[in-house]
Ligand binder design. Structure first.
Ligand code: AMP
Length: 613
């Protein structure tokens, strides 16, 4: 029988595990390592290089080397290399193909199925892209599982006691917080939050920027802007960051970066010819630059300084955590255990922050690099019946909804609903005799449609002719166990129906996705005001139309007091709309609504109303 594996497809490293003798075990790659760098290189030699081989040649081939492709999943980003374009799915597919082949070699069996993990905070597009990457690699993706959930599975499989754990997962490119209740074989996710644009790489970038600035201060020469130099500096910065997890201070040596060229190990000073100089200038300046940049620069970086450089990144982590705790309905002291996952949680500042925010010492007895893949292998084992007595209940990371009149977002399934989740809402037409309705599917927490992620758009046609507000369209959502969304819209009278699996069609940069729920929190007040204004405008527009109709058709005589009051109320509402003040609009709308109600009452008593005019 072919075997199934669990894959932690990380931003920086990919790890594979499988179930052997009923327990998860990491499978080493062809180089004998448990961690395969998630790096792909395209060279003129033909076959792309993946993993350590790709990483080793990166400084000499910065244009052809792709790092951190996970951050681009679900976007329209393309990698252009050796005469063709690769989607992020294809690049990730190359990584998966290598780890699959290595595992087949190591285990001596064919591998056809896999469970792949993603950050809990990945949206629908990013999850679908991950599934496609698996397909490119020739794998049937049994399930997409959230990384922190996988970590909790590996942690909790053998524990019987019921308790609540909070998982902090800080990898190379993403940060996730999940709160789960474990016990008696049931793993129930209570809340997730996170930031798909926050990880160890950001800490490296801060250090790299600092080193380049120090280099410039000491030498008076610009640090080379060359791609190779920047790749190399990031690696130096990463090493310094990692060293500072164990020591309070580290020495960074930047070799002379004068006339230089790149070998596979980094820059070689003093050789390589003038044409490689990245800076220009007149010849005297040029000579000065050369002299300055021929000096070796030594920089002492302390842990304290690293923590100052990255203070804001830590604050973002705290904000996501507060939000997940609030969403779970628990208080920090109801959390029994804090589990840290992902290489970057080895930083002392991260551990300290966990203690400060949650008030607990993080749990130490798991390997943060391998626990996610182990959990993915367990999930694969559960699905294939190799691991017994475990049930996994995961949640939807971001709310699902549709755009409604005035560009507002209407929520249909709230975030953190247990998966699979479904929900439906009935909408109506905004115009008379509207023959079709556009359904714009959104994911996110913001009040305005344009501030959320657009998952796709489709049109429901065949709505029977009717005045506005009469036709009823039910929009129903189903999010499956992978968190992937299926949408249907049904016109209830004619029963015409459209059913779509939301596909990734429009451009979306994951940078824009960022921490949507945090953004929602941050913009809550501003968003509420915008929603109130739009709702007040929609209400006022409806009342204006009704008021004008009243003037034309109902009020008798046309110059009587009722007509004058209506004309005045309309003018005041128009003015309030021109100023755009929601309170004013609502006040004037109330007045006009009252006049309309009175007029309709009068109309129902025709003899009196005619007589009294
Ligand atoms: P992961 O995606 O879980 O493999 O995490 C990779 C990230 O962890 C990278 O940014 C690494 O630089 C970082 N990392 C690994 N080990 C350490 C360490 N000892 N201290 C700080 N960061 C680390």
């Amino acid at each position: 029988m072919a075997r199934a594996i669990g894959i932690d497809l990380g931003t920086t490293y990919t790890v594979v595990a499988t179930i052997q003798e009923g327990r998860p075990r990491t499978v080493p790659n062809a180089e004998g390592q448990h961690l395969t760098p998630s790096v792909v290189a395209f060279t003129s030699a033909g076959e792309p290089l993946v993993g350590q081989r790709a990483r080793r040649q990166a400084a000499a081939n910065p244009q052809g080397t792709v790092f951190s492709i996970k951050r681009r999943m679900g976007s329209d980003y393309v990698v252009k290399a050796i005469g063709r374009e690769y989607t992020p799915q294809e690049v990730s597919g190359l990584i998966l193909r290598k780890v699959k082949a290595d595992a087949e070699e190591r285990l001596g069996e064919r591998i056809t199925q896999a469970v792949i993990t993603v950050p809990a905070y990945f949206n629908d597009r990013q999850r679908q892209a991950t599934r496609e990457a698996g397909t490119f690699a020739g794998l049937e993706v049994l399930r997409i599982v959230n990384e922190p959930t996988a970590a909790a599975l590996a942690y909790g499989l053998e524990r019987e006691d019921v308790h609540t754990v909070l998982v902090w997962d800080l990898g190379g490119g993403t940060f996730d917080v999940s709160i789960l209740e474990l016990g008696e074989g049931i793993f129930e996710v209570r809340a997730v939050s996170g930031d798909t644009w926050l990880g160890g790489d950001d800490f490296d970038q801060r250090v790299a920027d600092y080193l380049a600035a120090e280099y410039e201060k000491v030498t008076g020469a610009r640090f080379p802007a060359d791609g190779g130099a920047r790749v190399w500096l990031r690696e130096v910065a990463e090493r310094a960051k990692i060293e500072l997890s164990s020591y309070p201070v580290t020495q960074v040596h930047l070799p002379p970066l004068g006339p230089w060229r790149w070998s596979q190990k980094g820059p070689i000073g003093g050789v390589g010819g003038w044409e490689k100089l990245p800076w220009g200038g007149d010849s005297l300046n040029h000579q000065r630059q050369l002299w300055a940049s021929s000096r070796q620069v030594e920089i002492a970086l302390t842990r304290e300084h690293l923590e100052r450089l990255t203070e804001d990144l830590l604050r973002r982590m705290a904000a996501c955590t507060h939000q997940a705790i609030a969403d779970s309905g628990l208080s920090p002291n109801e959390i029994d255990r804090v589990i840290l996952v992902g290489g970057a949680t080895r930083m002392p500042a991260v551990r300290r922050l966990a203690r400060e925010v949650i008030g607990k010492e993080p749990y130490r007895y798991i390997d943060p690099d391998e626990v996610v893949a182990a959990g993915a292998a367990i999930q694969a084992g559960m699905l294939l019946g190799l691991v017994e007595k475990a049930v996994l209940l995961d949640v939807l990371p971001l709310s699902l909804g549709v755009e409604t009149q005035g560009g507002l977002a209407a929520r249909i399934i709230p975030r953190n609903s247990p998966l699979p989740a479904s929900g439906a809402r009935i909408f109506t037409t905004a115009a008379d005799y509207q023959p079709s309705m556009d359904v714009h599917v959104l994911q996110g927490e913001r009040e305005l449609a344009l501030d959320n992620i657009s998952l796709g758009q489709f049109q429901l046609s065949g709505i029977p002719p009717a005045p506005r507000g009469v036709a009823k369209v039910e929009v129903a959502f189903e999010a499956d166990v992978d968190g992937i969304v299926h949408v249907s819209a049904t016109e209830l009278l004619s029963e015409s129906e459209m059913r779509v699996k939301v596909a990734s069609t429009k451009h979306l940069d994951p940078r824009e996705i960022g921490s949507l729920a945090n953004e929602a929190l941050h913009h809550a007040e501003e968003d509420r005001e915008k929603r109130q204004r739009i709702e007040a405008i929609i209400e006022a527009e409806g009342l204006m139309a009704a008021g004008e109709m009243l003037l034309k058709e109902l009020v008798r005589p046309p110059t009587g007091p009722q007509s004058q009051r209506t004309t005045q109320a309309l003018a005041k509402l128009r003015e309030a709309m021109a100023w755009g003040l929601p309170e004013e609009m609502r006040g004037q709308s109330r007045e006009l609504r009252q006049l309309l109600a009175e007029a309709h009452k009068e109309e129902r008593r025709p003899s009196k109303s005619v007589g009294s005019g």
